[in-house]
Ligand binder design. Structure first.
Ligand SMILES: Nc1ncnc2c1ncn2[C@@H]1O[C@H](COP(=O)(O)OP(=O)(O)OP(=O)(O)O)[C@@H](O)[C@H]1O
Length: 729
């Protein structure tokens, strides 16, 4: 039987003409450019089947590269699903990293060179033990932390560490030369110097080569360039190379693949530039855009038919992605049926969103559902709520960092101290973060006196400066009350009455931390605390939740509900998708918006692609959720939701902007607001809505908090071209 008929019988999938061409094109370079849901992974799998069954290629001659280990597993599952009854042959799906590691190991062994891996799973407790000693534990994080401290003279905050790691990955993956290091944007002070010291440390620390994950790639690349024998061995072994999700390959990864494919270049590169979402850590689509230059005899095929999603989703996503300028022009289409319009819900409060999602999931009837969010922190309150409602879930990328965050530790220490205000050791951890103004000297004094009494009483017996004479008794009383409160109220008291929020705000200013992120940790804690009776219940719940989240990865095939970040949802599909927390500042992020205002479009375009990846995960139902208040703070609906609204409700949007004819304004009037005058916090006067303050600006929208009519999002162009906004003098 013809291969394609056999496949249809076997899998129920009949490949279309382009897909068939892609499968049959086995010799020479092929770029398969494709839209979401157009069957890239399906085609790639079929192609491997074709090589094995029709061309009788041995599986070990095929190199099938996926982007991540999870993707390799998903791909292998799909391959089994298609071919397990037809062949016992197993193709090895792997990441470039794991191949690179193999090459590096082989080369170092050949040269008798010992090496040690300094990234990945190492017992954290072990590491902590050694950290205060003279020898830094041999782990990337700890080495970098130490170098950061030596270079900058202060302890490294977690946010800085994360950013530093990203910077290092980026410069390695992009193969940035030493002279260019300073030109790569990074908010960490002296990032380039820290990186240089880190590289020096790894090379000179001992007679072992220290390797982190990114080194695998750079070393492998170097080895393949220098060791002709090894290169030739792998070139001969891999007769056929296929790479999935190639839009997310970095420069060094592309170069490794190019080297291996030579000289026959039987390489099939599958990619969608619109789904490139890892630019921030070094992926680069320029190589894709240059494919035909690199391989002058290349074949380029485009797959635009989406098999996954309904008419509504495909049509809207296709229009949405055109917001971006820097892309291959493509027109995604589908022959699938129309299902139901994309739902856009602007809820009142953050809590309403939790209620809404929980309720919708409870009322579902066995469909595959995913809740997608931009940041891992969104998962914590959601997991908490679902668990409280008895709804199980599978969480795709576990990030339990939240539970170890120093803010969480601080809050628990405040609570601990409220049970026993004799504990100087606990006070020592929080005394700078509350408004009792207890100094280092006073901590030393308390330790010297060691009275075994309430620290407040001991302090009150000493001579206190005037600003503490009221503050100390007040703090004493607040701590006494704290342990009688429910945890929600206790956290509010710590934040407001004991001055924790104020202290955190000041710390953020001083050390350049991201204040918003810190406050969102506190908001999440409040969310978890809600409804719990005692502080002990709260501490217990945190532990329980941490365990639950960590074990939820084992629910993969047990639960029809998946919680995942937009990033980790790549390549997957669900019947119903809820995209949550769609507010400006999150989607797109504050930094995306800040850079966009300065006409730097790269980050904003990546945020658009990420949103597009999210939308295109849905088969039949897509819901976009936002809210107006997070706690007491007014937030604004994501500008991307605004874009979608314009696509799905064009008539309504038009009629609302066409009402009434305005008189022609004199645009030379000095008092009118111009583009260059737009800045956050500026006071303005709107001809219809009166006095207000600019509180959001990004893309084509401006958010103004008006004194009389509250917050409004307006189109910048409409406001400026009609002279509606006056600079408020
Ligand atoms: N020719 C076809 N006929 C019918 N269904 C198809 C065909 N090709 C692919 N499909 C189906 O379309 C869906 C999407 O396919 P697949 O996951 O391979 O797409 P993809 O291009 O890898 O998606 P994405 O890039 O969005 O991750 C799958 O359910 C798959 O079975």
């Amino acid at each position: 039987m013809d291969f394609f008929n056999l496949m249809e019988e076997q899998t129920g999938v009949r490949l279309n003409e382009v897909q068939k061409q892609a499968v049959q094109h086995t010799e020479g370079p092929l770029l398969l450019l494709a839209s979401p849901g157009s069957g890239k992974t399906t085609t790639l799998n079929m192609k491997i089947g074709y090589l094995l069954l029709e061309k009788k290629v041995r599986p070990e001659r095929i190199m099938a590269v996926t982007f991540s280990k999870a993707a390799a597993r998903d791909m292998a599952d799909r391959f089994d699903h298609f071919f397990s009854s037809l062949t016992d042959e197993k193709v090895n799906f792997s990441t470039i990293h794991s191949f690179a590691f193999k090459v590096v190991r082989e080369s170092l062994r050949k040269n008798g060179q010992a090496f040690q891996l300094i990234e990945g799973d190492i017992n954290e407790e072990e590491l902590k033990k050694g950290f205060d000693g003279p020898d830094v534990p041999l782990h990337k994080k700890f080495i970098l932390r130490r170098i950061y401290e030596d270079t900058n003279g202060v302890q490294a905050p977690d946010d800085d560490m994360d950013e530093l790691m990203t910077y290092i990955s980026y410069v390695k993956n992009r193969m940035v030369g030493d002279k260019e290091l300073e030109k790569v944007k990074c908010n960490v002070k002296n990032a380039a110097d820290i990186y240089r010291s880190y590289e020096r440390f790894k090379k000179s620390h001992s007679d072992q080569v220290l390797l982190d994950f990114d080194d695998m790639l750079t070393y492998c690349h170097q080895i393949l360039l220098e060791d002709a024998e090894l290169l030739s061995k792998y070139q001969r072994q891999f007769e056929y190379i296929l790479t999935d999700e190639s839009q997310d390959n970095s420069v060094v990864q592309h170069e490794i693949v190019e080297l291996l494919a030579k000289p026959q270049n039987n390489i099939c590169v599958v990619a969608d530039d619109d789904q490139s979402i890892f630019m921030w850590r070094g992926s680069d689509v320029t190589k894709l855009l240059q494919f035909e230059k690199i391989y002058p005899n290349a074949t380029v095929l485009t797959m635009s038919q989406n098999y996954r999603s309904s008419q509504e989703i495909v049509h809207t996503a296709n229009r949405f992605i055109k917001r971006n300028k820097n892309r291959y022009p493509k027109e995604m289409f589908t022959e699938n049926e129309s299902h139901q319009p994309i739902e856009i819900k602007a809820l009142k409060k953050y809590d309403d969103q939790l209620d809404y999602v929980t309720e919708a999931i409870r009322n579902s009837s066995g469909e595959e559902i995913a809740v997608l969010y931009r940041n891992n922190s969104s998962a914590i309150p959601l997991a908490d709520r679902l668990d409280k409602e008895g709804i199980g879930f599978y969480m795709r990328d576990i990030d339990a960092k939240f539970f170890k965050h120093w803010i969480v530790e601080d809050i628990l220490n405040f609570m601990r101290f409220s049970y026993n205000d004799r504990r100087i050791d606990v006070l020592e951890r929080i005394h700078t973060k509350m408004n009792a103004y207890i100094s280092k000297q006073q901590i030393a004094y308390l330790k010297r006196r060691n009275t075994k009494e309430s620290v407040f009483d001991t302090l009150l017996e000493s001579e206190l400066p005037s600003y503490q004479q009221k503050a100390i008794p007040k703090a004493k009383k607040l701590f006494q009350d704290l342990n009688q409160m429910n945890p929600y109220k206790a956290i509010r008291t710590i934040r407001e009455k004991l001055g924790y929020d104020h202290a955190i705000g000041k710390m953020a200013d001083k050390f350049g931390f991201n204040a918003e992120q810190l406050f969102s940790v506190l908001d999440n804690l409040e969310q978890i605390a809600e409804g719990l009776g005692s502080l002990k219940d709260f501490a217990f719940r945190l532990k329980e939740l941490e365990r639950l989240i960590q074990t939820s990865k084992f629910n993969k095939n047990k639960s029809s509900l998946t919680l995942t970040t937009f990033h980790s949802a790549k390549g997957l599909e669900y019947d119903k998708v809820y995209m949550i927390d769609l507010i400006n500042g999150v989607v797109p992020s504050k930094e995306d918006m800040d850079r966009y205002r300065k006409s730097e479009t790269d980050l904003m375009e990546e945020a658009v692609r990420l949103f597009y990846v999210g939308m295109t995960r849905a088969r039949t139902n897509l819901e976009l959720l936002s809210y107006q208040y997070k706690g007491n703070e007014r937030v604004s609906e994501s500008m991307f939701v605004g874009n979608v609204k314009k696509i799905v409700q064009p008539a309504a949007m038009k009629s609302s902007t066409k009402k009434g004819k305005r008189p022609v304004p004199d645009l030379n009037d000095e008092r009118l607001l111009k583009y260059e005058d737009i800045e956050l916090g500026r006071e303005v006067f709107h001809k219809k809505f009166g006095k207000g303050v600019i509180s959001e600006y990004g893309g084509d929208q401006i958010g103004i908090q008006f004194e009389d009519v509250g917050y409004k999002e307006l189109l910048v162009k409409v406001c400026l071209n009609n002279g509606l906004l006056i600079k408020f003098y």
